[in-house]
Design a protein around this ligand. Structure first.
Ligand code: NAD
Ligand code: TYD
Length: 372
């Protein structure tokens, strides 16, 4: 690494988005990266295997809530930026057990902010100018939209509905307060639903791909008409790199994929790709595996995101369409059976059992067969 290259402290860099970010930034030789991750069920060192011989990537197993560890890492490595991906990230898990969401997403972010502030306050002024704290957050902080509502913008009032969204909203407020109160040079991004390689298969898209391949039911919550905006993970990572380097300090940037779809549309599209790529599957058509199950508590109806600010200020636009990104994602899961097996551990099996009760239970009023 050249003398001029910065060092970044990235947290949660063994998870889905964090590892895509770290891999992409290291491929671009953008920075030396110190990667702090607790390795919860969602963190996976296999995600970082391509970097095992990279001297400019250092993995540290630890918790963002550990002030001594964070202080020591900041002091020793003198980063120019902290990029915070570390979080509990799954809405369904937050419904079963909110405490760990508060601990990591709120208390952990607070500890990370506090240690970053001490470090930043003691930097020489030229380094203070350059320092950034980038906090990666979600569009779920804005709550739920009706079909005819305009999309979320950076000025939409916060109205989080799940314990996960509430914990992320609290963390965003803390980041904002550290900028307003102490002058810490912060940036916040709120993005829509990510998809792509390396996503843990508790989330909609990888769960459906893997269940489809194995001929298991494809559990759709409620009527399947809930709408999400889908953002390909590498598009998101490019946006984060731009915000980090060129974003205005103290600002929030929304990041979306311009792909609003109902869950049923998403799952039907996955089934179509599986039919094409696995023409000899005994489970054709894969859409016959679609099964309606009990709705998620407090299930937000629609998320949609306006991206004019990041487009106009930083020139960012998503490169992937939903169909190209989804096809690439399905192909990635088909080609990485080892990775899939490695994450489908005991903990994953326990989660499926607890949440779906072994096999998803069809609800009374809905069909447990395909919709075409
Ligand atoms: P993920 O669950 O795949 O990964 C989270 C990572 O954080 C894991 O590697 C985990 O081990 C680590 N971690 C958890 N607690 C930690 C702690 N206390 N200390 C250090 N590391 C810890 O999540 P993701 O999907 O990659 O999401 C990354 C960030 O982006 C999160 O902040 C999430 O809220 C946000 N986000 C995600 C999405 C999405 O669609 N996945 C959408 C919007 C925002
Ligand atoms: P998810 O991937 O959990 O992301 P989020 O809740 O953060 O949006 O879910 C995406 C959508 O898919 C959401 O509306 C819930 C729905 N969903 C199902 O219908 N079935 C499932 O098994 C899962 C995991 C999600």
């Amino acid at each position: 690494m050249t003398e001029a290259s910065p060092t970044w402290l990235v947290t949660g860099g063994a998870g889905f988005i964090g590892s895509n970010f770290v891999l992409g930034r290291r491929a671009a030789k953008a920075a030396r990266i110190i990667n702090l991750d607790k390795l919860t069920y969602a963190g996976n060192l296999r995600n970082l295997e391509p970097l095992k011989d990279d001297p400019d990537h250092l993995f540290v197993h630890g918790d963002i809530s550990d002030p001594a560890l964070v202080a020591e890492l900041l002091e020793r490595h003198r980063p120019q930026a902290v990029v915070n991906f570390a979080a509990e990230s799954h809405v369904d898990r937050s419904i079963y057990g909110p405490q760990v969401f508060i601990q990591t997403n709120v208390v952990g972010t607070l500890q990370l902010l506090e240690e970053s502030r001490h470090y930043w306050e003691n930097l020489p002024s030229a380094d203070q100018e350059k320092f950034r704290f980038l906090h990666v957050s979600t569009d779920e902080v804005y709550g739920s939209l009706n079909l005819d509502d305009p999309p979320f913008s950076e000025t939409t009032p916060y109205a989080p509905n799940s314990p996960y969204a509430a914990s992320k909203a609290a963390s965003d407020h803390l980041v904002r307060a550290y900028h307003r109160t102490y002058g810490l040079p912060t940036l916040i991004t709120n993005c829509s639903n990510n998809y792509g390689p390396l996503q843990f298969p508790e989330k909609l898209i990888p769960l459906m791909i893997l269940n489809g391949l194995q001929g298991k039911p494809l559990p759709i919550y409620g009527d399947g008409k809930n709408i999400r905006d889908w953002l390909y993970v590498t598009d998101h990572c490019e946006a984060l790199a731009l915000v980090l380097q060129q974003g205005r300090v103290g600002e929030t940037y929304n990041i979306g994929g311009a792909s609003e779809l109902t869950n049923l549309e998403v799952v039907t599209a996955i089934c179509g790709i599986l039919d094409e790529l696995r023409p000899d599957s005994p489970f054709l058509p894969h859409s016959s595996l679609i099964t309606y199950v009990k709705d998620r508590l407090g299930h937000d109806r629609r998320y949609a995101i306006e991206t004019a600010k990041i487009a106009n200020e930083l020139g960012w636009r998503p490169r992937e369409s939903f169909s190209s990104g989804l096809a690439a994602t399905v192909r990635w899961y088909l080609a990485h059976r080892d990775w899939v097996e490695s994450v489908q551990t005991g903990e994953y099996q326990q989660w499926l059992k607890k949440h779906y009760g072994g096999a998803p239970q069809p609800t009374g009023t809905e069909r447990n067969s395909c919709i075409r």
